[in-house]
Write a protein that binds this ligand. Structure first.
Ligand SMILES: Cc1ncc(COP(=O)(O)O)c(C=O)c1O
Length: 352
């Protein structure tokens, strides 16, 4: 590809941190883990952060720590990565998959019934969701909010970082995300000490003390080497998010018409995805591919249309239409202005 959709970053600084950690710290539970957690908590403006082995793990363990399980229902949007719903099923609770706002692809609670036990809003594409409406829904139902911030490291709503808005915030460090750890990884953030301790116990087989276990748990810790790489990445997160915001401004300037999904007016998106919505999506994609330019669709199939959710028998028309009209353009920080111009020129040929 002349311009790939995504480039995996590995810098000398990441390499040095990795080697230093592997030579000097325990592979599991080394001091880089607690340092990464402290720094991540400080960054998100929360009191506690617990690292785990993936975003899916962060979501699943957070639900368990909040007491979600059998007979419970948890509401989440259908336009997300499948983990946003699978984490609910893994606790034996039922996901209530919900349709979306066509404007920005985020959850639309206007038709939701008030009989659920928790809510997982997703800050999809790095754009913070309308948290006031989420909060009032949660308050009306007296239920916890588990933010799926897996795509939104550093995003803000009304001046507060995502991950600090709900009861727990969950992040993924999968290699395509705005920050990575050189492998799979995740983090759960919270202001509640008891919740943080439960998450740390469940990620470690339900450990209470060295040789005592008082709950069911997994082996879902973050390896020390990944934490060390995460610390390096966290240091550079703001500058990279700033570059993503520059890239989106340039796209908007260069596209003959602005079809890019809007940013929450009360927030600051970190543009994990720069998503264009247009009826001629397939033509746009073909043109890009013919010109050796990568693109992607997040998501081709909403969760309720995935095989393991067909048994729910849902029709969610907004998300079904939305999924046919969206395309993600390259958005990584090392994309040059010239490359953005080439991509925009290519898209213009179709949308004009
Ligand atoms: C919105 C969303 N939720 C959950 C996840 C799950 O994260 P992970 O892949 O680290 O398990 C991802 C990432 O892939 C995601 O984008």
């Amino acid at each position: 590809m002349k311009i790939p959709f995504f480039i995996q970053e590995f810098t000398d600084e990441m390499e040095e941190a990795a080697i230093h950690t592997l030579r000097n710290e325990s592979f599991v539970g080394g001091e880089s883990v607690s340092k990464f957690e402290e720094e991540f908590a400080r960054y998100t403006g929360t009191k506690y952060a617990a690292s785990v082995s993936s975003g899916n793990g962060a979501l699943q363990i957070s639900l368990m720590a909040l007491g979600i399980g059998k007979l419970h229902k948890v509401i989440t949007p259908t336009n997300s990565f499948i983990a946003s719903a699978n984490c609910i099923r893994m606790t034996n609770a039922k996901p209530i998959l919900t349709d979306i706002d066509m404007n920005d692809g985020g959850i639309d609670l206007s038709k939701s019934k008030n009989d659920v036990n928790a809510i997982i809003p997703v800050h999809i594409y790095g754009n913070p969701c309308n948290f006031d409406s989420i909060k009032s829904f949660a308050d009306d139902n007296n239920i916890p909010i588990i933010e799926d911030a897996c795509q939104a490291h550093g995003a803000e709503y009304k001046g507060k970082k995502v991950g600090s808005l709900g009861d727990v915030g969950c992040f993924s460090f999968y290699p395509t995300k705005n920050m990575t750890v050189g492998g799979d990884g995740g983090m759960a953030t919270t202001n509640n000490e008891e919740t943080a301790l439960k998450i740390k116990s469940i990620r470690d087989n339900g450990r209470k003390t060295k040789n005592e276990f008082d709950k069911l748990g997994f082996t879902m810790r973050l390896n020390t080497v990944n934490a060390a790489i995460g610390r390096v990445q966290l240091k550079h997160l703001d500058e990279k998010n700033t570059r993503r915001r520059e890239i989106v401004s340039l796209y908007k300037k260069k596209l003959s018409k602005d079809y890019i999904l809007p940013e929450n007016k009360d927030g600051k998106s970190v543009y994990h995805q720069i998503v264009l919505k247009h009826e001629k999506r397939d033509e746009i994609r073909k043109k890009l591919t013919d010109n050796d330019i990568g693109s992607a669709i997040y998501y081709e199939k909403p969760i309720h249309m995935q095989e393991i959710y067909l048994e729910y028998g849902l029709t969610l028309p907004n998300s079904e239409k939305f999924s046919k009209e969206i395309i993600s353009l390259p958005s990584y920080p090392s994309l040059t202005n010239e490359q953005v111009e080439i991509i925009a020129e290519c898209v213009n040929k179709i949308i004009n």
